[in-house]
Write a protein that binds this ligand. Sequence first.
Ligand SMILES: Cc1ncc(C[n+]2csc(CCOP(=O)(O)OP(=O)(O)O)c2C)c(N)n1
Length: 577
Amino acid sequence: MSRKVADLLWEMLVKAGVKRCYGIVGDALNPVIDALRRNGAIEFIHVRHEEYGVLAAVAEAYLTGNPVVVCGTAGPGVVHLFNGLMDARKEAAPIIAIAGDVESSVMDTSSLEELNPYKFFETASLYTARLVNPGQARAVIHTAILTAVLEKGPTVISIPGDVASADAAEQSTEFTIAAPPVLRPSDADLHKLVQMIDEAKTVAIFGGEGCRDGRDEVVELARRLRAPVGYSFRGKQWLEHDNPNAVGMTGLLGYGGAYSAIHEADLLLLLGTDFPFSEFLPGASVKKVQIDKNPKHIGRRTAVDLGLVGDIKTTVTALLRAVREKTDEHFLKKQLGHTNSFHNLLQHYVEKGPEIKPIRPEFLAATLSELASDDAMFFADTGTACIWLARHIKGGRDRRLFGSFSWASMANAAPNAFGAQLAYPGRQSIALCGDGGFTMLGMGDLLTQVERRTPVVQIILNNESLDFVNIEQQEAGIVPFGVGFKNPNFATVAEAMGAKGIRIEEPGDVREGLAEALAYTDGPVVVDAVVDPFALAMPSHAPFHTVKGFTLSFAKQVLSGRMDSVITTIARNVRLI
Ligand SMILES: Cc1ncc(C[n+]2csc(CCOP(=O)(O)OP(=O)(O)O)c2C)c(N)n1
C-alpha cells in the first residue's frame, strides 16, 4: 500500500517525540486513526469526552515537555477540544490537535458538522492549518509541530478524510527541533540592573513559572541579596522547597509574608512571572525590574522601572557574577517572621483537624501532603482545591503541582492526573477534585481509568456546593445563590463503576483513608471526603473590598433569613472551634 497523508502525519509526529494521542475517533478521522494503528509507535488513549483527553494531554505535555496529540472528529467532536486547547494555550503546553474536517468536496457549503477551523480555533491555537491538498502535508505538519514545541502551546491541523487517505508519495519526513535558544539582556541593560540592585538597601524577589529551569540560580541570588522570595501559584513548586528565603504567595490564595515583602522592599525583581492580579503588586513606591523571556509579559501587570528580555537561568547566572553581596538581614528576617506567624495561623485547622467535624479541608490536604511520596504529582481543580493545594501541599525537588492555574477551567484535576500517570507510571498521581468539577467531567472518564487500571487517586472535596463561587459571591457582597447541589455517595458510585471507593466522613478516619488510597496501585481510587462547606480561606492580605463584601453579604443573608449560615460561617472561621 502506498504511503498516505495520514501515514506521513504519524511518521512526523513520532519523530517529534509524541508518545500518545488522546481523543475520540470517527467520521473524517477514520483514515487518520487507521494510519495510527498501522504505524504502531503511538499509543491511542480512547477517552469518553474529548475535553478530558485534552486536559490529560496538557498535563503530560507540561510535565514532560514533549508534544502530545489530541483528536476529535468533525464539528461537535472538535468543539469539545476547545476548552482544553485554551488551557494548553494558557498553561503553555505543546499540544497538536488533529481536527477531523468535512470532505473537501463539500467544504464551505454548510454541510453536516462543518465548522470553519480558522475562525473557531483563532483564540486558542498558535497555528491553524486546513489540509486540503496532499501537497501541503509536509509543510503544514512541520509547522504545527515546531510551533507547538518551540512556542509552547496548541496548534491545530484540520484534515478531511479524503485528504488523509490521499497519496503522499514523495514527501520527506525529516526535520529537527532546536533546543530553546539562550537568551539574555544586553550588557548595558545588565549593567543598569546591577547598579539598581547594588544601590537598593532591600530587595525582594517574586518569581513564576519562568524560574522552572533557573531555580537554583534564583535561590542563590536571593541568598546573596538577603532577599525574601515570594511566588505565583505556578512559581511555588520551583521556589518554595529547600529555600530558606521563601515567604509564600500573594494574591487571592496568598499566605506568608509575600505581600509585605514585595510592598516594603526598595527594589522588587519580578522573575519569569505574568502574575495577573495587579492589585496585589506594589505601585510606584517600590522600584520594579521585570525579567522575562516573553517580551509581552513585561510591564503589563504593573509599570516597571526596567524591563529586560531574557531567560531566568541565563540572566540570573550573569547577575550572580556581577552583583555585590548584601549583609544586612534585617528586612529578610522581618518578612520570614511574617511568614512564620501566618504559618502558625494556617496550622490551626490542621492541628485541630482530628477533632473537627465536618472535616476541615486544611487538615485533609496537610495530611495528604504528609503521606504522599517525595515524587508525588498533585493536581488541583479550579475551585477551593487550589487554595488547599497552595497552602497545605508541600512541594519538593521531585514533587509536581499543577492545575489550570492560568486558564482556570473547572474539572481539570482528574484528567490532569490521568495524563500524568500515563506519562510517569509508578509515581503517585493525585487529583484534588471539587465535587462540581468531578461531576462535570471526571465521572464519565473514570471508566477510562478503570478500563486501563490506571492508578490515579482522586480525592473529592464533597462540600455539596460550588464553594469557590459561594465565597466569591460573599466577597462581592451578595447572597450566595445557585451554588448548592446534592451528591451521591461517590465511593459507592466509584465501586459500581469498577474503581476503588473510599468514603471518609469522620475526621478520625482521614489519615487511614488517605493512606489506603495512596497504597492502592491496582487501578483508580475515588476518595469521597465529606468536608466543611463553610471553610473560608482569606488571603494573608485581604483587600478592603473583600472585607467590605463579606460584611455586606453577611448583612444581606441575615436580612433574608439566613442567620444560621452566617453564624456557621463565622463560627467555623474565627477559630471558635
Ligand atoms: C468550566 C468552568 N465553569 C465555571 C467556572 C467558574 N467556577 C470557578 S470555580 C467554580 C466552582 C467549583 O466548584 P467545585 O468543583 O465544586 O469546587 P469547590 O470550589 O466547591 O471546592 C466555578 C463554577 C469555571 N472556572 N470553569
